[in-house]
Design a protein around this ligand. Structure first.
Ligand code: NOJ
Length: 553
């Protein structure tokens, strides 16, 4: 074991050093037997989170909401939906998390409110309402057609007619999620106040939902056709036929995020740095990098979802990571996502046998990884019977596999009824996976070779190995297309990560002489010295090796 990593203080604040664990509150732990997870449930599982070794939890929205989009339609930014508990429950969660040295990141939804938010109810009341301009209201064009051609993420046009006032309002997602007009100073002030509310409570950071959506072209110009330009990580039907250049990420976004960052920084103190990560589906390196701000004065981390659309082969993964490494500005910090509540489970996307390899990749790249709850168990997408489908996206745009219920099923804790997620008599809000009796935290903790124990071990290793925590990343070229091999190095330490991305054995020459020392492997069946000249990777195998001092051949 190498030296314990020193706490580098502000140069490596907690959000650079650690790993973020995404908790989807409906599905994590139910404390009151209604079949839906809640804040007290999360608190009751903090010892597990602490054992796992992550440094922060990001909790998806728990605010009052009609739940048209399961909480991403907020009707009050400064309260807790009774389904999830109370503000006192949140305070208790925060205290208990901090007592375990776990930071708490709340999900902030800046782009849209619920159509039941008092602001929107006022705004729609009349054309002359003082809050009319808080949202986007437009007349039809003179020929009676919609104000522009923009298409919503969740199907249909971005415009819905309000019969009473005869105007259309804009919504990037569901009609129940009208977009806020951030160019109106009152909107900005109200949203900054909402951020202050949570900062005053002591939260450590925010995950900004569709952060790049909040600034649109001021003239609401039409979007051009997409042609063959890939602009998002998944094909989403009609939505994907447009190039979404006018409905989001207008350059004026930088002005707003500088202001937001200033507010967040004003709450930061050494040892309690506040932080923001944006959900930014921006796949072009320079445009993504610009979201850090020209003086690193915007997002601490614009979210990077590139691995979700990267084919599972060494060339593609390598070129994505190299693109990110090149794009990250000096002083900036990369981050990687391989799953979340919107995308298929990793074990389903890349194959169950590759789940451990994917986890090793995620936890050995340079940057902050996000682990979505259940990924550490190797959970797979769950087939949802038609009569239990809940997600509006899948229901509105059927047939394309866009429904997100399969990756939102309850956490599998143990072998008790309902997998310990809720009381035995309750019906979980989504069905449990069929494999819950064998794939759960209790069973996997007892299995030295489980993905759960591998995840926990890799998290410990990130803390004890400076090269993993903040060392440089470099790929080794000239290897079989099926194997991704890279190093992580500081001046004192060099580690090698060798990943077999297929389920057949591969052999290849490495550019070193001598041997390295195995630190761990996905099969937990490797120990001691290993040749650095000739390597044989078993099917679906990943190995982490200490090669400090190894000489190039
Ligand atoms: C992104 C969130 O992750 C997703 O779950 C939600 O439906 C949309 N933003 C709209 O808020």
């Amino acid at each position: 074991m190498t030296e314990v990593q020193q706490d580098d203080g502000l140069a490596f604040p907690w959000w650079k050093r650690g790993v973020i664990y995404q908790v989807y509150p409906r599905s994590f732990q139910d404390s009151n037997g209604d079949g839906t997870g809640d804040l007290r449930g999360i608190t009751s599982r903090l010892d597990y989170v602490s054992w796992l070794g992550v440094s922060a939890i990001w909790i998806s929205p728990f605010y009052p909401s009609p739940m048209a989009d399961f909480g991403y339609d907020v009707s009050d930014y400064c309260a807790v939906d009774p389904l999830f508990g109370t503000l006192a429950d949140f305070d208790a969660l925060l205290t208990e998390a901090h007592a375990r040295d776990i930071r708490v990141i709340v999900d902030f939804v800046p782009n849209h409110t619920s159509d039941q938010h008092p602001w929107f109810l006022e705004s729609r009341a009349s054309k002359s309402n003082p809050k009319r301009d808080w949202y986007f209201w437009r007349d039809a064009k003179p020929d009676g057609t919609l104000p522009n051609n923009w298409l919503a993420h969740f199907g249909g046009p971005m415009w819905t007619l309000d019969e009473a006032t005869g105007q259309y309002y804009l919504h990037s997602f569901l009609p129940q999620q009208p977009d806020l007009n951030w160019r109106n100073p009152e909107v900005k002030a109200a949203m900054l106040d909402a951020l202050r509310f949570w900062l005053d409570k002591g939260v450590d950071g925010f995950r900004f939902d569709v952060a790049h959506n909040i600034m649109k072209d001021p003239n609401l110009a039409d979007n051009p056709p997409a042609g063959n330009t890939a602009q998002w990580h998944r094909f989403a039907g009609d939505f994907s036929t447009q190039l979404h250049i006018n409905d989001k990420n207008h350059p004026d976004i930088h002005v707003i995020y500088k202001e937001i960052r200033k507010l967040i920084d004003s709450y930061s103190t050494p040892g309690h740095e506040r932080f923001m990560i944006g959900e930014t589906h921006v796949y072009d390196g320079p445009t993504w990098a610009a979201l850090f701000g020209d003086h690193l004065d915007e997002m601490h981390m614009p979210g990077n979802f590139g691995l979700l659309k990267t084919p599972w082969n060494a060339t593609a993964i390598r070129s994505h990571v190299e693109m990110i490494e090149q794009a990250v500005p000096e002083g900036g910090w990369p981050n990687y996502v391989i799953s979340n509540h919107d995308d298929p489970r990793t074990a389903t996307r890349v194959g169950a046998k590759q789940a451990k390899v994917a986890m090793m990749l995620l936890l050995t790249l340079r940057g902050t990884p996000t682990i979505y709850n259940g990924e550490e168990l190797g959970m797979e997408n769950v087939a949802i019977p038609a009569d239990r489908e809940r997600d509006p996206w899948g229901l509105r745009v059927p047939g394309l596999g866009l429904g997100r219920d399969p990756q939102r099923t309850p956490m599998q804790w143990d072998t008790s009824p309902n997998a310990g997620f809720t009381t035995p008599a309750a019906t979980p809000w989504l069905p449990l996976a069929d494999d819950w009796e064998t794939r759960n935290v209790a069973v996997e903790k007892d299995d030295a070779k489980s993905i759960l124990n591998l995840t926990e071990e890799l998290l410990v290793l990130r803390g004890t190995h400076p090269a993993l925590a903040h060392g440089d990343w470099e790929a080794i070229g000239g290897l079989p297309e099926e194997c991704l091999v890279y190093t992580r190095s500081t001046a004192e330490q060099r580690l090698l990560v060798a990943l077999n991305l297929t389920d057949t054995e591969h052999q290849f020459m490495l550019p070193y002489t001598g041997t390295g020392l195995v630190i761990t492997s996905t099969g937990k069946d490797r120990t001691g010295k290993i040749s650095l000249t000739f390597m044989v990777l078993q099917p679906n195998e990943g190995i982490l090796i200490d090669i400090t001092g190894a000489k190039l051949a």
